[in-house]
Design a protein around this ligand. Structure first.
Ligand SMILES: C[S@@+](CC[C@H](N)C(=O)[O-])C[C@H]1O[C@@H](n2cnc3c(N)ncnc32)[C@H](O)[C@@H]1O
Length: 270
C-alpha cells in the first residue's frame, strides 16, 4: 500500500518520476514531494522551465489541431504523460486516440480520465517495444493502421538513450504506418550550450530516466522517411505560433525544445 490512493501498488515513492514532476510543472495534482523537489530544483536552475513545458503543451495543441484539419482522425500518443488539460482527445474529440506511457501513475490517472470514453484509451507500454505496442489489442481495437495515423512522440524520445537505438525504433513505427500518416516530435537540445539548461537536464538523473539532449541533425534524423511540414524542425515556440503563450520573447526559450511534424509520403515503405 502507498500513502496515496492514486499511486498504484509497487510504485517506489522515494524515487522521483519525470511524469509526475512534469505534472507538477503543469499545475497538476498527481505528484509527490520527491517529484516537486526535482521540479523545483530544475526551476531554480532555469526559472523559465515551467514556461517551457507549457510551450510544449501549446505545441501539442497546435500540431493536433493542424492534423485534424489535415484529415487525421487517429492518434497514437506515446509518452503521453499524466494528462492535466489540453490532451489529444480534448483537442480532437471526434478522433480515436490511444495514449501510451510506461509510468504507472500516468496510466492509472489516464484510465480514470478516460472512463466511459469509447474513442480513447490508455495502454501501459514502452516506446522501446514497437512490435508489442503496435500489436497490442487495445491499440488495434481503436486504430486502423491501413489508414493514416498520427504518431505523437512529444518530449519522450530524449528519455531513450542512444544505446537503445531510438532512430531504429522510430523507423519501426514509420514502417508500420500507412502513407499519409504523420510523426510529430518534440525533443530537448543543448544546441544553445546553455549552462542553466544543462543543469536542468542533470536533475532528471534523480529519476529512473536520464535526459539525452540531441542536436538539430540528430533530432532531424527521426524524420527519415517522412516529409517535413513547414516550417521544418524548429524551436517549439517557432512552430506555427498563433498567439501569446505559444512563443516566448526570449530567443533561448524558443529553442531549447525542437519540434517538427513529418508526413509519410505515398512512396514510403510499409
Ligand atoms: C515529459 S513527459 C511528456 C508528456 C507529453 N508527451 C507532453 O509532451 O506533454 C514524458 C513522458 O514520457 C514517458 N516515458 C519516458 N520514457 C518512456 C518510454 N520508453 N516509453 C513510454 N513512455 C515513456 C514518461 O513516463 C513521461 O510520462
Amino acid at each position: 500500500m502507498t500513502d496515496f490512493d492514486w499511486v498504484p501498488e509497487g510504485v517506489d515513492t522515494t524515487i522521483p518520476s519525470v511524469a509526475r514532476a512534469y505534472d507538477y510543472m503543469l499545475g497538476g495534482a498527481h505528484n509527490l514531494a520527491v517529484d516537486r523537489a526535482m521540479a523545483t530544483e530544475a526551476a531554480r536552475l532555469l526559472p523559465s522551465t515551467p514556461r517551457l513545458v507549457r510551450m510544449n503543451r501549446a505545441y501539442l495543441r497546435r500540431v493536433v489541431t493542424h492534423l485534424v484539419e489535415s484529415g487525421i482522425d487517429q492518434f497514437l500518443d506515446i509518452g503521453s504523460g499524466i494528462p492535466t488539460v489540453g490532451n489529444v482527445h480534448e483537442v480532437a474529440p471526434d478522433a480515436k486516440v490511444v495514449y501510451v506511457d510506461k509510468d504507472p501513475v500516468a496510466v492509472a490517472h489516464s484510465e480514470l480520465l478516460l472512463f466511459g470514453n469509447e474513442n480513447a484509451t490508455v495502454v501501459q507500454g514502452d516506446l522501446r517495444d514497437p512490435d508489442g505496442l503496435l500489436s497490442h489489442p487495445q491499440v488495434l481495437r481503436l486504430l486502423d493502421f491501413d489508414r493514416p495515423v498520427a504518431v505523437l512522440m512529444l518530449m519522450v524520445l530524449h528519455f531513450v538513450p542512444d544505446a537503445d537505438e531510438p532512430w531504429q525504433l522510430v523507423a519501426r513505427y514509420r514502417d508500420h504506418l500507412a502513407p499519409g500518416s504523420y510523426l510529430a516530435v518534440s525533443h530537448v537540445t543543448d544546441d544553445r550550450q546553455s549552462a542553466a539548461w544543462r543543469g536542468v537536464a542533470r536533475t532528471a538523473a534523480q529519476s529512473r530516466d536520464s535526459l539525452n539532449n540531441r542536436s538539430h541533425p540528430e533530432v532531424l534524423e527521426f524524420f527519415e522517411g517522412f516529409e517535413l511540414e513547414e516550417p521544418g524542425l524548429v524551436g517549439c515556440g517557432l512552430w506555427r505560433p498563433q498567439g501569446r503563450g505559444d512563443i516566448s520573447d526570449n530567443a533561448e526559450e524558443n529553442t531549447l525544445i525542437y519540434a517538427g511534424l513529418g508526413r509519410k509520403p505515398a512512396s514510403g515503405s510499409r
